[in-house]
Design a protein around this ligand. Sequence first.
Ligand code: AGP
Length: 610
Amino acid sequence: MCGIVGYTGPQSAATPLIEGLRRLEYRGYDSAGIALGTSNKLFVEKRAGKLANLEGALSQVPEVHSGIGHTRWATHGGPTDRNAHPHLDNEGKLAVIHNGIIENYSELKAELQSAGHTFHSETDTETVAHLLSDLRKEHNGDLTIAMREAVKRLRGSFTLLAVHADRPELIVGVRRNSPLVVGLGNGENFMASDVAAFIEYTKRAVELGQDEVVTITPTAVSITDLAGKAISPREYQITWDAAAAQKGGFAHFMLKEIFEQPKAVADTLIGRFVNNQIAIDELKLSEAELKNLKKIVVIACGTAFHAGLVAKYAIEKWSKIPVEVELASEFRYRDPLVDSNTLVIAISQSGETMDTLMALRHAKEFGAKVLAVCNTNSSTIPRESDAVLYTHAGPEIAVASTKALLTQIVATYLIGLYLGQVRGVIKSADVSEIYNQMLELPAQLEQILETVEPLRELTRKFADKNTVLFLGRHVGFPIALEGALKLKELAYIHAEGFAGGELKHGPIALIEEGTPVIAIVPNTHEHGLDEKMLSNIQEVKARGAKVIAIATEGIEIPGATHIIRIPNSPQLLQPVLAAVPLQVFAYEMAVARGTDVDQPRNLAKSVTVE
Ligand code: AGP
């Protein structure tokens, strides 16, 4: 949950480091710091608070050509100057930055303290600086060997970068369960948590495996395992450019990303219908394996979990395979009933969420096949899965997920159609019709976004409310959960999502005069769903609620104070459309209340700790 960057090459290192940190700030923004490798000693500056605080303190930066930088999401030790990274050894010559958690740091710290080391912070990271310092001396000043030996003594999940003043042009990194990529430049090299940090300088990247130690200089990159055996780098091209990671005239990344949704959905759907069939060549299971599937289990966290809840309705309907959807953080601590006839779908925008990764590994131990639905090329979750279906949302920088949700829903729908088709339980005419209806979604999303201004204005009227409730039924229920999550994380407002039918079992007690209730009205008469939601609206209105209804044209909604219209589409596709007004509502509430839209308090974009 921290951002890490390292640079070595001809540039004045502070520039690519600060630029890189700016692009990684979504990963954590409690404090930031850099260490620059001047010869014989290090220049270190670090500050609590956002990157801007660090930049303000960097009026006199030495013109040197290598260094490491860090933006922090605090775990061990509060967000103070002292706990900010980098952390140094007692000579002030070796600096370390870290993303993750060193689980056995207390015992290592005690051992190092009794050997004479003095600690200056409450972090787990500082332990590594002292440990590396000792090991480097033991190994004749070789920082790479020292890193290998240090890692053998560490438990937990971590990405570490280290630099030493005696050889400042050389930076050593390692990863275990946390991300680290190498950027291959021309006469310069980079390391970072995410390619966004160096995309401006190079599109050539190298992925690192578990426990691989990498050493970079301006002209060389060498990777070894913990035994010192050389590993050939697996190079790949980054497919998006620097402009994709800029705000492009929007006030916030989140708003830009909301407006990118039509394209993101279109890009995820494109090319998936070939010769009258859904084509998912990435799904490497044989036809026999697909036919033998007895169960699907979706594992995910947060917004991705909500995408999974939506997917259940469609996958079960189209493939006739039972689907369970479980929070990854719960699944991993159970003895789940999964086996080789189970397909586990791990949904993750970042591909680095620790709980989802651990749940995936847990599922594999039981013999399940794992299919990742992921937005980040070559990240850990797809790498450890049996197959991956990439969503094509482009970089999502705002901490609050928007376009990731929509693309995850359509990607899982493709999987549902594909399974139904392979198993022969859905007519090919139906597959073709549904796919064509999905292709209409981008234009329908455009339509919503073109008419979003009145909703923004309306939202501001609710800015002083402290509770907002969301109601949905069927596929509208997960969208109600998502609407509430968005509002909580962005506007810091107490918000809850409920299934309409549950209202009378408790939540209705929350309604008082003026409580805003956002109701997602189903556009189907099947099972009387529409009427049931209309009754829910009457029930909350009778108790004083102000109801904002999200509904398609043509549905009368007596009792609603405001109605937000969305285009009509089949019921199963409605979540893709209904989610958008809720994103806009949360965004506008955050703006009106003056919260930090792109970097809400206490959060980070990818949660790479447990
Ligand atoms: C929601 O707005 C958050 N960004 C969060 O709930 C997120 O969806 C969750 O942490 C999962 O992230 P992932 O998709 O990268 O695994």
